[in-house]
Design a protein around this ligand. Structure first.
Ligand code: FAD
Length: 381
């Protein structure tokens, strides 16, 4: 085995980009192949808990993110009809002193751009859609739809919910539609906020649906909402579809005036299926290994899906650093042993949609430090 083997990521989403950045910083020989021709600033926000911000510190973009994003003082849960507070979880200065990093809400596109810009030149290649992958025992051969062929010593499938790398490990299988969609909209913060001022970060709950709302910029001039709403079926050929303000009015009829103000302020809204898979029986085989949504896609109701992909990437980097490259199967087993339980727990809590609905203690999630947590040994040989 060479001292600095070629490591290829398939997919430059949030997990793949974080992983490539961390591995490049560690001096590994890394490439990322991404199917998209470029990334756009899509209409979505994202929470970055202290568990993620510690990884961003390692990537060297923590300060810039802190300047870019909004710093919610609390996560509020409110009754969707009356506005009564159901839970008030301290974030803001408390997160910094208690967990050692900020809790941020930010535009997903701004976050992704900061991570991709932090990659060294030549690491990321766009327009590279993986079509076939073959582990030949001594190397992996990757074929792309543009007709090109590349080789690597290890391939990390960070290619999301419909992962081609997962398919080569476990066969073709569609993800499970959960019976829920998420409406997503980012738009300039409305002047009228209804009978309450907008909280920095608030989840509105009633019955079988909810709406999560937060600012995505430090200036609080852009606001985002993402919902969870039951819808019986979904055409699995579509990854999202446009939606209308009228549908939003109908879906949240009778809800609090703050929710109505958000709906009236909406400029464009889209609708996304919420998809899952059962926990996978294996995370790696031979020279192929999975991370993030390729491995454990989940409902977004803890706002921790990308966080799990990023933590995976950091743990995989740590396991290579711990054990070296020669016994790579031991590296992948150590990685799985240190990630599967946490990822499955987050998957389950997200599925149940109970996170921070009441005043629970979120330390187990926000307080996790992927670089410091003691490693458990793998039971696999
Ligand atoms: P992705 O980000 O999906 O990236 C996969 C990448 O692989 C893509 O760039 C894709 O183009 C590329 N790719 C796919 N196939 C190929 C191929 N064959 N060849 C080359 N490239 C390929 N998470 C949070 O932490 N906080 C939140 O607030 C949050 N909100 C969410 C709201 C909604 C409505 C949804 C649906 C999800 C939300 N998530 C959130 C979850 C989060 O978006 C995902 O968990 C996260 O993006 C997973 O990262 P990933 O890198 O594994 O996959």
């Amino acid at each position: 085995m060479k001292n600095n083997p070629r490591i290829a990521f398939i997919g430059a989403g949030l997990g793949g980009t974080a992983g490539a950045g961390l591995m490049a910083k560690a001096g590994f020989n890394v490439k990322v192949y991404e199917q998209a021709p470029a990334f756009a600033r899509m209409g979505a926000g994202i929470h970055l808990g202290p568990n993620v911000m510690k990884v961003m510190r390692k990537l060297g973009i923590e300060d810039e993110l802190n300047r870019t994003g909004a710093h919610p003082d609390y996560w509020y849960s409110r009754d969707g009809i009356t506005g009564d507070v159901m839970a008030q979880i301290p974030l803001g200065d408390y997160a910094v002193s208690h967990y050692g990093a900020s809790y941020l809400t930010v535009h997903r596109g701004d976050f992704h751009k900061l991570m991709t810009d932090a990659l060294p030149d030549g690491v990321l290649e766009f327009n590279k859609k993986l079509s076939e992958i073959e582990d030949r025992g001594d190397k992996v051969v990757m074929k792309f739809t543009d007709g090109t062929v590349e080789e690597a010593d290890f391939v990390i499938g960070a290619d999301g919910i419909n992962s081609k790398v997962r398919e080569s490990l476990l066969g073709e299988e569609l993800p499970i539609y959960t019976g829920y969609v998420a409406h997503r909209a980012v738009f300039p913060t409305p002047v009228d906020s209804g009978t309450l001022p907008f909280d920095m970060c608030c989840k509105w709950w009633d019955g079988d649906r909810h709406m999560m709302v937060y600012f995505v910029t430090s200036k609080k001039d852009e606001i985002y909402y993402v919902t969870g709403v039951p819808v019986e079926s979904w055409d699995m050929n579509k990854s999202w579809e446009p939606c209308t303000k009228d549908e939003m009015r109908e879906t949240f009829k009778g809800w609090h005036s703050s929710v109505q103000a958000l709906i009236e302020g909406t400029q464009e809204v889209t609708r996304w299926p919420l998809l899952e898979r059962d926990p996978l029986p294996i995370w790696s085989r031979g020279r192929l290994v999975l991370l993030g949504d390729a491995c454990h896609p989940m409902k977004p109701h803890m706002a921790q899906g990308a966080a799990m992909a990023i933590e995976d990437a950091a743990m995989l980097t740590r396991c290579f650093q711990e054990l070296g490259f020669t016994d790579y199967e031991a590296v992948f087993n150590l990685y799985e042993a240190n990630r599967a339980e946490r990822a499955s727990k987050v998957q389950l809590v997200s599925h149940n949609n109970t996170w921070l609905k009441t005043n629970e203690n979120p330390d187990w999630c926000f307080g996790y430090d992927v670089f410091e947590v003691p490693l458990v040994e793998s039971e696999k040989q």
